[in-house]
Design a protein around this ligand. Structure first.
Ligand SMILES: [Zn+2]
Length: 147
């Protein structure tokens, strides 16, 4: 039997098992509420591919989208409009600094951030946050010493 190429329609089992707290593949858009979410290749979104896992879940109504964990069909978070995507990017560096600086492990950093935000650590992912929560997380990470 010919080995099928790995794709979100034929994901890597090992990569899938490694993802903690996987979200289900979205069908309903969390931005506009319509059932118009499709799994698309980057070619359909950007006209070219970026990285080695060029796929997104994208709402064909409001055009919110989110990437996938590499070699899986698992979304990185909730679908995001442009403002949310920008907030996620802008607000993450102070948090990344907490563990990249070696002051604490990545798990410790998530535990402290979750405690500050008063949310379960399993729900503490920038990819799951809306723009307002991203801003709260940025402030919290700065208070924890991140820059
Ligand atoms: Zn939508």
């Amino acid at each position: 039997m010919k080995k099928e190429r790995v794709s979100p329609w034929n994901p890597s089992r090992r990569a899938t098992e490694r993802v903690k707290n996987p979200l289900p593949a979205p069908t309903t858009c969390n931005c506009c509420g319509k059932d118009t979410v499709e799994l698309q290749h980057h070619d359909q979104l950007y006209g070219r591919s970026y990285g080695n896992w060029p796929y997104v879940y994208r709402c064909t109504s409001c055009h919110a989208y989110v990437g996938l964990h590499p070699f899986t069909s698992i979304p990185l978070g909730t679908l995001a409009d442009q403002a949310t995507r920008e907030a996620r990017k802008r607000c993450k560096p102070p948090f990344e600094d907490l563990h990249r600086s070696g002051r604490m492990s990545r798990n410790e950093a998530y535990a402290k951030l979750a405690a500050k935000l008063q949310i379960p650590v399993a729900e503490c992912h920038f990819g799951w946050f809306d723009a307002a929560m991203c801003e709260r997380a940025r402030q919290a990470a700065i208070e924890l010493g991140g820059t």
